[in-house]
Design a protein around this ligand. Structure first.
Ligand code: GLN
Length: 186
């Protein structure tokens, strides 16, 4: 089993550390030729979604990534990665892969609460540590999207078939359960 981690910008190294901890093999996806290699799942890390979205187009990785996700490859998008997956972005005209029927709002916690940490119920996993950094949240989603975590009426984790979208950064905490759960999708 091998995970392809989008590594054009942002917090991909932290995902690599987490996968190392779990003994899961991965490759970095930095250019189009990497997206033609063999891997079984994708991670889209946090960072700056506008930069990542532009780079995957400029580097001609967009079509392959979109096709892999549309064809059912398990994908976990964290923070900016969630924004890349979203069908609609309520406060930005630029959309990206648009594989997940969700509407997201970027930077939805304002400046005061730019970054924060909570422990909150997540799906069937119980309380999970969640670190938010200039995070988006899911404002609306299609009926068949499963909501995994909601904090103060804001959806911060959801799954649609093979796609897992998280507002927060599970790679920044020591809890490995979300990754283990994701790996089960493979
Ligand atoms: N604010 C970033 C964006 O809109 C996301 C922040 C993050 O990934 N930590 O793209």
């Amino acid at each position: 089993m091998k995970v392809g981690i989008l590594a054009v910008q942002g917090a991909f190294a932290e995902h690599e550390q987490m996968l190392n901890k779990l003994g899961i093999d991965f490759i970095e996806l930095r250019q189009k030729s990497d997206t033609l290699k063999a891997y079984d799942a994708l991670i889209l890390p946090g960072g700056e979604s506008t930069v990542q979205g532009k780079l995957i187009k400029d580097l001609d990785m967009f079509d392959n990534l979109k096709a892999q996700i549309s064809n059912g490859m398990p994908v976990m998008g964290t923070c900016a990665g969630l924004i890349l997956l979203a069908d609609k972005i309520s406060n930005d005209d630029r959309t990206h892969l648009q594989t997940m029927p969700i509407t997201v709002k970027r930077n939805s916690y304002g400046r005061q609460l730019g970054s924060f940490h909570v422990e909150h119920e997540y799906g069937s996993l119980g309380k999970i540590p969640m670190t938010f950094i200039r995070a988006p949240h899911i404002e609306a989603c299609a009926k068949d999207v499963e909501i995994l975590a909601k904090i103060d009426e804001r959806i911060v984790a959801a799954r649609f078939k093979n796609q897992l979208a998280l507002s927060f950064h599970p790679e920044l905490d020591n809890d490995t359960r979300i990754f283990e759960d994701f790996i089960k999708l493979i």
